[in-house]
Design a protein around this ligand. Structure first.
Ligand code: ME8
Length: 664
């Protein structure tokens, strides 16, 4: 067994993408999350390895090359270069870009398979069954839909026709790993994030595993199978091994490198390829006596017009086009902050523009410009490291500490959107502080206090900058320059912030506005319009000082952004039961669609029997802090309105609205 002995190293991977088309917003999104993860570990002081690359063998790529009228090699060379260029343009700072046609990978895969053959893990037989060329997957009955007589069935993995394959193959003894896999899932409940995905995997494995074909005889574009070159290696066996070979597996000259990085700390992907990563991949590793990756993070689809965005559906959004339109960092920010990994998300230009205007230009950009301009205008450019103890300043520092706890928890569980929502609450507090302290007035009577306000604001802004650097590195580096903060990668800034200071004296200098605001009339709508995550008619958020008085009877205005933080989701109560020790509580199992099945407690026992509640479709708040009630962790809250008799009644939802739909 190889083990990891360095205290702080971090290895993150993306899938390696098929080079049957250019990168699109979906493949970009996964690679962005990996980049953010790597950078987040850098500001925790970790030595990180971020791997991405291209999956260049197999039927699908060979067919794409034929369509392009090129040899497979010429085709993959061209596309691998395009992937690298797009990733570099977006500052996706990968450590290695692996290509499965790289010589070192090919040699290592052959060596690895030779060892598995010698161990008796691989044998020769005949495969007869359906194959999905789109997903390069051998299909089980459950993966097929027979629609029309005389026509091939549809692969449910891709929605495309399956192909019948009947050929001699080499097989991997996957069936022998069923019990070990189930035992592994049982003892590693955190193996997959979000946890609901693990249940799907367990159900698949419990259904029974068949041995897996790992070679193809009717295809030539692949790694020659060791010992029998009439076969090529099945593309998934070749592809999965990249996570090992990239860090030196099966290379005697790179053993230290391999033990430094393997096992991976996190492997990020979308839900289409969970089966390969959560079943086949661990079984391959077990067969090779290698440790398993510590965690798989599985995100949902970026959708366009309600459909998954994909190369084969031809509805892709080009990351280069939207970078041209909105800039690199705003797009990085938007995707990290507004897409929850737990669900499928639609994106739209309206929404992107609104977020850039409110979050970036108004909330953050204005704050920076106002602070620095005001300081410089009053001849203040050198600020001390001292941390002010004035009550309002102390409270702002204390709020940073609370934010850090929430931010770190969310980042460590890969709920990026929640981490950055927490950070934006802090940005709002800095704005409130700045307005309340009125430094533009204070300067006239008390220059010392003015210095303190500017220093406290700059300290808070720089702290936000450090936590934002993983998402917007270029912009934040400009900010650091303007405040004179010497940022050094791989420094444990998180610890410094927790200890209360970045210990930096600031030297301020003028800077250009960091973000451009969008006027709806000036920009063209995206060619693939989608439903928006917010109400298009919502007026732009205004600065707190100019906010109009709240309407009568309400507790004050909240911004659309604050509202959007509440995840209100439609769910159906599958079952409910009372607890003998709890007078008021019913514990329910609620089907929340793509959010999974949640355990939710509600104080309605006096009013409803479990039978009455069963089948009720209503609205749940899914992102409240989980609460333990009588030893049960409630993962949400049911919305009710109390009627004239004091009975809580669930909100009524139309039967046609599917579970998992978010209210907005
Ligand atoms: O499956 N939304 O490659 P692939 C979000 N070569 N993410 C998306 C997406 C969308 N609409 N579309 C694609 C392969 N992705 C194999 C992987 S790994 C050993 C081999 C992202 O080019 C997402 O990460 O089809 C998904 O899992 C991946 O691209 C599939 O990329």
């Amino acid at each position: 067994m190889h083990s990891k002995n360095k205290p702080c190293t971090f290895y993150v991977t993306t899938p390696i993408y098929y080079v049957n088309a250019k990168p699109h917003l979906g493949t970009f999104y996964t690679t962005l999350l990996a980049d953010v993860t790597a950078r987040w570990n850098k500001i925790k002081g970790c030595d990180t390895f971020f791997l991405t690359g291209t999956d260049e063998h197999g039927q699908k790529v060979a067919e794409a090359a034929a369509v392009a009228g090129k040899t497979p090699q010429a085709h993959v060379d061209e596309l691998a270069e395009i992937f690298k260029q797009v990733w570099q343009r977006y500052n996706l700072n990968y450590t290695r870009f692996i290509r499965t046609t790289d010589n070192y990978h090919v040699k290592a895969v052959q060596k690895w398979l030779t060892e598995l053959i010698a161990k008796g893990e691989i044998y020769k037989s005949t495969y007869e069954g359906w194959y999905c060329p789109s997903n390069e997957a051998f299909l089980t009955e459950k993966d097929l839909e027979f629609k029309e007589a005389g026509q091939p069935p549809i692969s449910l993995l891709s929605g495309k026709p399956a192909r019948w394959v009947s050929e001699e193959c080499y097989f991997f003894r996957l069936s022998a790993y069923q019990d070990r896999l189930l035992e592994f899932y049982r003892t590693h409940p955190d193996f997959i994030t979000p946890a609901e995905r693990l249940n799907e995997v367990i159900a698949f494995v419990e259904n029974g595993l068949k041995d897996l074909s790992i070679s193809r005889k009717t295809i030539t574009w692949g790694i020659p199978f060791p010992g029998d070159e009439s076969h090529v290696t099945y593309v998934w066996a070749d592809a999965l091994a990249n996570y090992l070979t990239a860090v030196g597996f099966e290379d005697e000259t790179r053993t230290a490198e391999f033990s430094k990085w393997w096992p991976a700390d996190v492997q990020i992907m979308a839900k289409d390829i969970v089966r390969f990563h959560a079943i086949y991949w661990p079984a391959f590793l077990m067969a090779s006596g290698l440790e398993l990756p510590k965690r798989l993070v599985v995100h949902g689809w970026i959708r366009v017009n309600g459909e998954k965005m994909s190369k084969s559906l031809g509805n892709v959004i080009d990351p280069v086009e939207i970078a041209d339109q909105y800039g690199i960092d705003p797009i990085r920010y938007y995707l990290t902050r507004y897409i929850a990994i737990t669900q499928d998300s639609s994106i739209s230009t309206d929404d992107i523009e609104q977020r850039i205007n409110t979050d970036l230009a108004n909330d953050f950009g204005n704050l920076i410009n106002r602070t620095i301009t005001l300081a410089l205008k009053n001849g203040l450019s050198s600020l001390p490291t001292t941390v002010s103890t004035y009550p309002a300043d102390k409270e702002l520092h204390a709020e940073l500490q609370r934010t850090l706890i929430e931010f770190e928890t969310e980042m460590n569980r890969y709920f990026f959107h929640q981490a950055y929502a927490a950070l934006w609450k802090y940005v709002a507090s800095i704005n409130r502080y700045f307005h309340a302290q009125e430094p533009w007035k204070v300067i006239k009577q008390n220059p010392e206090r003015f210095n303190e306000i500017i220093t406290t604001t700059c300290q808070a802004i720089t702290a936000v900058g450090v936590l934002l650097w993983p998402v917007m590195p270029q912009t934040i580096e400009k900010l650091f320059k303007a405040v004179g903060f010497k940022f050094v990668e791989n420094t444990n800034y998180l610890e410094m912030l927790k200890a209360g200071s970045l210990e930096t004296p600031f030297t301020l200098s003028a800077l250009e506005p960091l973000f451009t605001k969008y006027d709806k009339k000036e920009t063209e709508p995206m060619t693939t319009p989608t439903q928006t995550a917010t109400d298009k008619t919502t007026p732009e958020k205004t600065a707190p000082a100019q906010a109009p008085t709240a309407p009568q009877g309400t507790q004050g205005y909240i911004s659309i952004d604050q509202f959007a933080q509440v995840e209100l989701v439609v769910g159906t109560i599958l079952e409910a039961e009372g607890l003998p020790q709890a007078e008021k509580i019913l514990v329910m199992k609620v089907n929340c669609g793509s959010y999974g099945i949640r355990t939710i407690c509600a104080g309605v026992k006096k009013y409803y029997t479990p039978e009455e509640l069963k089948g009720t479709k209503t609205v749940f708040v899914l992102n409240l802090q989980p609460r333990a009630l009588f030893g049960i962790v409630s993962q949400g809250m049911m919305l009710t309105a109390t009627n004239a008799d004091g009975k809580p009644t669930p909100v009524r939802i139309d039967a046609t609205v599917p579970e998992g739909t978010r209210l907005k």
